[in-house]
Design a protein around this ligand. Structure first.
Ligand SMILES: Nc1nc2c(ncn2[C@@H]2O[C@H](COP(=O)(O)OP(=O)(O)O)[C@@H](O)[C@H]2O)c(=O)[nH]1
Ligand SMILES: [Mg+2]
Length: 669
């Protein structure tokens, strides 16, 4: 016989610094314990601290609300820094969080990281309505141990520390409640107050099941019960199952039958999204199953890479570099992954739709950009993250190995090996699953300068009878005798942003003609700069100058000016020449290269064919824009590539295979 349908279940993790009183609070609130709760494991007992996630539950009905009674499952998390992975794993199964701060010690190191993780949990529910998504709860424990209790100045200062910590987070408006649990004091009134607050503040997570929703069960513990089989305890993240259904354990490649299901010691027939349960199966070795998943057979693909929408953690005080490795925690796994940050420029220009990220061009970002408006302002304190706004952007993450993760999973990127005060670097949400890097084109903006050397003939534009130049001769883009054929069609932009294209060579000195299909509304002057703007796409072996984004205007009809009388007939009232527009400011990432060839010398020899070259660029040059440019060693038949900037004096790292010596002259090509 099965019991009646279980109550709606809400999962809440209790997080905070070690010794803050989390396990004591879990005990105070709960009425039903699970096999893993309240530090029962012998190792926890002997070390006197929580080493693993502990599960317990209570039911509560709030007389002041219309909601039916609910079951709350408490996930008591360890607080020790070395066990943060477990707190992150718990964050994927819970709907809300209780952040615990001891009144004696106030905000401590682990409180900060727990606040970040709790914030990410609450962020998951941002799509729900304000009433449904809830706000989390903060509990200040041990108020019996501070002078003046909850009316004293110490309590006020702890509240103020908490408010500073939670500023601009999803905890900002959550209730802060005091609590004291000690054998000599009654805790009943504190318990009642906290239960009521939980019930009112945790919200009401959406549990509607779509008919096609696959079952995804995140397993946290596993053990064998003699005569019954293997029990997998965990939380259902999506879908549902019933007794006798088949489930797959993808990490073992096995499909097994569900023999029975229990939820907090009660047998049930059916479990669904949000429920905590123990599933009994036969024929599995419990040893192989800790921290894995059980799913609808054949429904899960392992995740090797993906695009995430991410936000940096304000308290992480280091630059997040593209190409940097971070620990990535998702589902109940933590794996290394390499980040490529992108999208800041396109978001800023309003060019992006998060549902349509593939097959697009993205400006290469060497790092996460905290605030687009101040990204190039070196005078701003690099530790400004604490105060400036933090902008969301995208990150392509390639994991070092495949991971099992639920659909729409969250990721937390961290540097767990560091001794930073806050090791958590960013949090994010998956948008596109899979190895899609081929479908993201990362480019750098490049620009070469040439000069107007001669103006061609003027014509009369038919549409408005304006008398304009339609072509000019330019110089200084190519060397003498350059093969002009390959440059035909390249687009050239004037300082006023008018666009033309190279049509032919002019003479033998490397000069060339540029045609402007709709005429030049602003009359150019001889000697004026013109620009060959293009994009270099990362990984493009052809080294092509991409100009697809520059649109050549449509050709308009024109008439040659035969004599002055022509003008009188065709254009009796010559329009006023348009005002000369201010020259367009080049994009801040771009600088103008005055000459094509740059020369420097080898300053230092590093290992693996890497050399440090000085003199190629000025100190103010953004060398990163030249990464990928080819170089040659003068006087030796050797060539290589600029691979990175080096220091701030315009030096760069160059890779050249061959015998290169100190002082050798290096030239760009
Ligand atoms: N006096 C007092 N002691 C508390 C209170 N809450 C917890 N403690 C004690 O603080 C210590 C650490 O508590 P514990 O719940 O294990 O902390 P955790 O590491 O956050 O799980 C234990 O000795 C508790 O008995 C409280 O409100 N008042
Ligand atoms: Mg504990």
């Amino acid at each position: 016989m099965f019991s009646p349908a279980p109550l709606p279940n809400n999962n809440i993790s209790i997080i905070g610094h070690v010794d803050a009183g989390k396990t004591t609070l879990s005990h105070l609130l709960s009425t039903t314990a699970s096999t893993a709760s309240f530090d029962r494991a012998p190792e926890s007992q002997s070390r006197g601290m929580t080493l693993d996630l502990g599960f317990s539950s209570f039911t509560h009905s709030d007389p002041s609300s219309n909601l039916p009674p609910r079951q709350f499952t408490i996930v008591d998390c360890p607080g020790h820094t070395s066990l943060i992975r477990q707190v992150m794993s718990a964050s994927t199964i819970v709907d809300s969080v209780i952040l615990v701060v001891s009144a004696v010690s106030s905000v401590q190191l682990q409180t900060v990281e727990c606040c970040v993780i709790g914030d990410a949990v609450l962020e998951k529910r941002k799509e729900q309505s304000i009433e449904d998504r809830g706000s989390g709860v903060i509990v200040i424990t041990k108020v019996d141990l501070i002078e003046g209790g909850i009316t004293g100045s110490k309590y006020k200062s702890v509240v103020s520390d908490i408010k500073n910590l939670t500023l601009h987070t999803n905890f900002e408006s959550c209730p802060i409640l005091p609590c004291q649990v000690s054998p000599s004091l009654s805790s009943t009134s504190w318990r009642t107050a906290i239960l009521t607050s939980i019930s009112q503040s945790i919200g009401n997570p959406i549990r509607t099941l779509s008919p096609t929703e696959n079952f995804y069960f995140q397993i946290d513990h596993c053990f064998t019960v003699k005569g019954q089989g293997t029990i997998l305890t965990g939380t259902v993240l999506t879908g549902s199952i019933k007794v006798n259904d088949l489930i797959e354990l993808p990490s073992l490649g096995k499909v097994v039958k569900v023999k029975g299901i229990q939820s907090f010691q009660t047998s049930v027939e059916f479990i669904k999204k949000g429920d905590r349960a123990g599933i009994c199966v036969a024929g599995l070795d419990a040893k192989n199953l800790e921290r894995t998943v059980a799913v609808t057979p054949k429904s899960l693909k392992s995740l090797k890479a993906g695009i995430f929408q991410i936000k940096r953690v304000r308290m992480f005080e280091k630059v997040l570099k593209s190409g940097g490795k971070f620990h990535m925690s998702l589902g109940n796994e933590t794996v290394m992954g390499v980040c490529t940050f992108f999208g800041s420029h396109e978001i800023h220009n309003g060019e992006l739709n998060e549902k349509d990220l593939l097959d697009k061009d993205y400006l290469t970002q060497s790092m996460y950009i905290d605030d687009y408006d101040t990204r190039d302002d070196d005078s701003i304190d690099p530790m400004r993250y604490k105060t400036t706004k933090i902008e969301e952007q995208y990150c392509y993450i390639r994991f070092e190995r495949s991971v099992w993760a639920p659909e729409g999973c969250q990721v937390i990127g961290s540097r767990l090996d560091s001794d930073f005060e806050c090791r958590l670097a960013f949090t994010g949400q998956i948008l596109v699953e899979g190895e899609v890097e081929e479908r993201l084109r990362f480019y750098t903006e490049k620009e070469k300068t040439c000069y107007c050397s001669k103006l061609d003939t003027k014509y009369i534009r038919s549409s408005d009878s304006a008398r304009l130049y339609f072509s000019v001769i330019c110089r200084d883009l190519f060397g003498k005798g350059a093969q002009m054929n390959s440059f035909k069609g390249l687009k050239v932009t004037t300082i006023n942003g008018e666009i033309g294209s190279i049509t032919e060579a002019f003479g033998t000195e490397g000069k060339f003609r540029v045609e402007f299909p709709k005429g030049l509304d602003v009359e150019p002057t001889v000697g004026e700069e013109m620009f060959l703007k293009f994009r270099k796409v990362r990984g493009d072996k052809t080294n092509k100058m991409w100009q697809d984004h520059i649109i050549l205007p449509e050709k308009v009809n024109r008439k040659i000016i035969v004599s002055e009388s022509d003008l009188v007939i065709v254009a009796p009232h010559l329009p006023k020449p348009p005002e000369k527009k201010k020259p367009l400011k080049p994009f801040p990432h771009i600088e103008e290269s005055k000459t094509d060839k740059l020369t420097g010398k080898v300053d230092k020899i590093k290992e693996n064919n890497i050399y440090i070259v000085s003199g190629l660029f000025l100190p103010e040059t953004d060398v990163k824009l030249h990464i990928g440019d080819s170089v040659i060693v003068k006087g030796k038949d050797l060539s290589g590539q600029i691979i990175a900037a080096f220091g701030k004096a315009g030096k760069c790292k160059v890779e050249i295979s061959g015998d290169v010596g100190l002082g050798d002259k290096i030239e760009t090509v």
